[in-house]
Design a binder for this molecule. Structure first.
Ligand SMILES: [Cu+2]
Length: 463
């Protein structure tokens, strides 16, 4: 049965020819009207193409709470209340799936694991098309603001098929009160890059850090096409294929607002003026440090804190000749203009939609600057240029050519007005903020990517 079919075996075109919806109801007769009263219509009455089989279920448990992040050059008032170290108060989500296997004690376990200890951004989520994603959210309350009893939600931002109950807008669905849990379920039908965030008092909760990227892998994945086995979309020709993918969440914040929140100071939102612009909740040069578990602490309290609070690297490491997919999502409050100097990017998707027009017209475009408004996403492909030995730099992985990916707005390349001095090995003096690096190594240097944003650096970059 295809989309043109109905329960009665006649095609939709024939019904339209016979008089449209009125004729459909008449043709359906009493049985259809009765079904509405008695419950769901028989399965055969629904076109099968509208209800593809669920391929599997991905189960997660998330906690919502507060915590602290670290950034260079924080104002002196930004202190961790226990250690006194520089730290900025945030809200956020934490994946507690591994620690909360017993459903009966999950809330108390989530509380002990996450309360006051969450990280930013929210955990990176990805799922295959036609799988079901189940996220049990526990609102474990705030450790550092016990006077607040804010609810939290998960809003699946950009999904076409969200059910209102699971949409996370508390005014029209369900907010999760403190000390309660709620099971979210979602069946993604369309591949692409999306985002998710808390929608409870969302202006505050979003800038406080309750933001993350979720992407949906296409059904086409795993089928060799055009020399690739991984794809951004169901393109049918391999044109969105890639070897390595990188999720880049763009956000911004005003440190004074966070400091005031911890000190129980009301914030006047018309005064909002950012002093940090981040990628995956870090600023340059922290953006190029490896993923959290690999960062050597070395007794440095700042790096110890960074590893725990902002574990996701934005370093883009490529073998020469490979194709990379950049999954940009903007949940900041400004438009972002992300520029990759020296490598053209091809935008193949906007807002989780393959850029194809009527009749399959190719609407993709090449650019060196990608403009992304708040709440939007872009999927951009690029090919790592040939390795050039002349002028190459080196890190613990070997020799590489460096390209800079940065917001072209100059004042967003600072960390509260400061730039890095370049003393960290391999970093660019004079740069900060919403910037990261693409490092291109000779072909064959890096192994196959096994997880998004994978980093391949050893101790050399950890100092
Ligand atoms: Cu919230």
């Amino acid at each position: 049965m295809n989309e043109e079919s109905t329960a009665q075996g006649a095609t939709r075109r024939e019904f339209l020819k016979a008089g449209g919806v009125g004729a459909l109801l008449l043709a359906g007769g009493g049985a259809a009207a009765g079904a509405f009263l008695q419950g769901p219509r028989p399965a055969a009455a629904v076109p099968t193409s509208h209800q593809p089989a669920i391929k599997g279920v991905v189960k997660k448990r998330f906690a919502a709470s507060d915590g602290f992040i670290v950034l260079p050059n924080l104002p002196p008032e930004a202190q961790h209340p226990v250690t006194g170290d520089p730290a900025l108060f945030v809200f956020g989500f934490m994946d507690v799936t591994a620690g909360t296997t017993n459903a009966n004690t999950a809330l108390s376990k989530a509380t002990s694991l996450a309360k006051g200890k969450i990280s930013n951004p929210a955990p990176l989520l990805f799922i295959g098309e036609d799988f079901e994603l189940q996220v049990q959210l526990f609102n474990v309350g705030f450790k550092n603001r016990p006077d607040l009893t804010d609810g939290h939600t998960i809003h699946w931002h950009g999904f076409r098929n969200a059910i209102a109950l699971f949409d996370g807008v508390p005014e029209v669905s369900i907010g999760v009160p403190a000390q309660r849990g709620f099971p979210y379920a979602y069946r993604p039908r369309d591949a692409g890059t999306y985002m998710y965030h808390c929608h409870f008092e969302d202006v505050e909760h979003v800038t406080m850090g309750m933001t993350g990227i979720v992407f949906v892998r296409p059904n086409q994945d795993g089928t060799p096409l055009g020399g690739f086995t991984k794809f951004a979309y169901n393109d049918g020709d391999g044109s969105t294929g890639y070897q390595r993918e990188f999720a880049l969440l763009l956000t911004d914040l005003m440190s004074t607002q966070h400091i005031g929140s911890l000190a129980v100071q009301e914030f006047v939102w018309t005064d909002f003026k950012q002093d940090y612009w981040q990628i995956n909740s870090r600023v340059y040069p922290d953006t190029i440090r490896p993923n959290g578990p690999q960062i050597v602490t070395g007794g440095n309290p700042y790096l110890t804190a960074l590893k725990a609070s902002q574990p996701l690297s934005s370093l883009i490491q490529m073998n020469a000749g490979e194709r990379g997919l950049l999954r940009f999502a903007n949940l900041g409050y400004d438009q972002a203009a992300m520029k990759l100097d020296g490598i053209p990017m091809t935008v193949v998707g906007e807002d989780a939609t393959l850029l194809r027009g009527a009749g399959g017209a190719d609407l993709t475009y090449d650019t060196n600057t990608i403009y992304i408004a708040p709440g939007e996403s872009r999927d951009a492909l690029f090919t790592a240029p040939a390795f050039q030995a002349a002028g190459a730099l080196s890190d613990s992985k070997g020799s590489y050519n460096r390209y800079v990916l940065k917001n072209r707005v100059y004042h967003k390349l600072t960390n509260n007005g400061q730039v890095t001095d370049g003393s960290m090995p391999g970093t660019i003096a004079g740069l900060g903020g919403q910037a990261t690096e693409v490092r291109v190594y000779p072909a064959g240097t890096l192994g196959t990517q096994t997880s998004p944003n994978q980093t391949y650096v050893g101790p050399g970059l950890n100092q």
